[in-house]
Ligand binder design. Structure first.
Ligand SMILES: NC(=O)c1ccc[n+]([C@@H]2O[C@H](COP(=O)([O-])OP(=O)(O)OC[C@H]3O[C@@H](n4cnc5c(N)ncnc54)[C@H](OP(=O)(O)O)[C@@H]3O)[C@@H](O)[C@H]2O)c1
Length: 265
């Protein structure tokens, strides 16, 4: 019952997609700081390799960079193969890599639709499918392997920006989470999602010119999310403490979804 036991991720092996920056980096840092080995992937090899080196040095753990484009089946298969060459099994798959796209309704492009759907939805399904045998290897009734999908509050609420494919893709992530949970629960793999609210990152920063002051003012908790917020929730889901949670989508948003409308009368 001690915290060191029930929240431990020590000696576990995690794969974090999109681990080179933003939310993926925050989750990777949390795992490394607590004794897990982490494989990270992203497209831009130099930034990814540099980040793996930086995080390994900072936390004294082992962070391994494997550059890959997960938006195609070819990229997903190549990534899986490279993990297979290094590990017999993995404990956690964190499907975090994602892209956003905004364009007015009238001119919204097919490429802006496909780019987002391919990475945000298709890659989660196929990466989980291809890595299932790796997840099954170390999974037990007592200690299931975990898949955590990163959705968004934009898949729960209707966003203010014209990000039609993004909001739809994130709603799909939340439902895919339930469907995959139903498929995999009998094989000792739990699947859950986190729906982040605003977290400082390249993705959110580009939408607000890296000025988060308005977002902070409007947030019920009066701030953006921090590495501790997202890493802590992910660690909860992956540790003994989260082993009985199945198919859930948990918002980490300072209260936006659950308190929206409270002051509107
Ligand atoms: N930040 C927020 O406020 C917020 C809110 C709600 C949900 N989210 C979700 O959280 C996740 C992370 O977002 P973020 O804000 O941290 O974004 P970010 O800073 O843009 O990071 C995205 C990560 O994904 C990688 N990536 C992008 N395309 C890829 C591809 N085709 N194949 C492999 N890796 C790819 C990026 O590296 P490369 O560019 O080198 O590939 C990067 O490491 C996303 O799913 C996002 O939708 C974020």
């Amino acid at each position: 019952m001690e915290i060191n036991n029930i929240f431990s991720v020590k000696n576990k092996i995690a794969v974090v997609t999109g681990g080179s920056r933003g939310i993926g980096e925050m989750i990777t840092a949390g795992f490394l700081a607590n004794g897990a080995k982490v494989y990270i992937t992203a497209r831009k090899a130099p930034a990814l390799i540099e980040k793996a080196k930086e995080l390994s040095e900072l936390y004294g753990g082992e962070c391994v960079a494997i550059p890959c484009d997960l938006s195609t089946l070819e990229g997903i298969e190549s990534f899986t193969q490279q993990i297979e060459e290094k590990e017999e099994g993995i404990d956690y798959l964190i499907n975090n890599a994602g892209a956003a796209w905004g364009e007015p309704f009238e001119s919204f492009s097919e490429s802006g639709w496909d780019k987002v759907m391919d990475l945000n939805v298709k890659s989660i399904f196929f990466l989980t499918q291809k890595m299932k045998h790796l997840l099954t290897k170390r999974a037990t009734l007592e200690d299931p392997s975990r898949v955590v999908n990163i959705g968004s509050i934009d898949g729960l609420n209707v966003p203010a920006f014209p990000t039609f494919s993004y909001s739809s893709s994130k709603a799909a992530v939340h439902h895919l989470t339930r469907h995959l949970a139903a498929q995999l629960v009998s094989e000792n793999i739990t699947v859950n999602a986190i729906a982040p609210g605003p977290y400082p990152s390249a993705m959110l920063g580009s939408a607000v010119n890296s000025d988060y002051s308005e977002i902070e003012k409007r947030n019920p908790r009066k701030r953006t999310g921090s590495p501790e917020d997202i890493a802590g929730l992910t660690i909860f889901l992956c540790s003994r403490a989260g082993a009985y949670v199945v198919g859930e989508t948990i918002a980490s948003d300072g209260g936006i979804v659950k308190t929206a409308g409270h002051n509107l009368g």
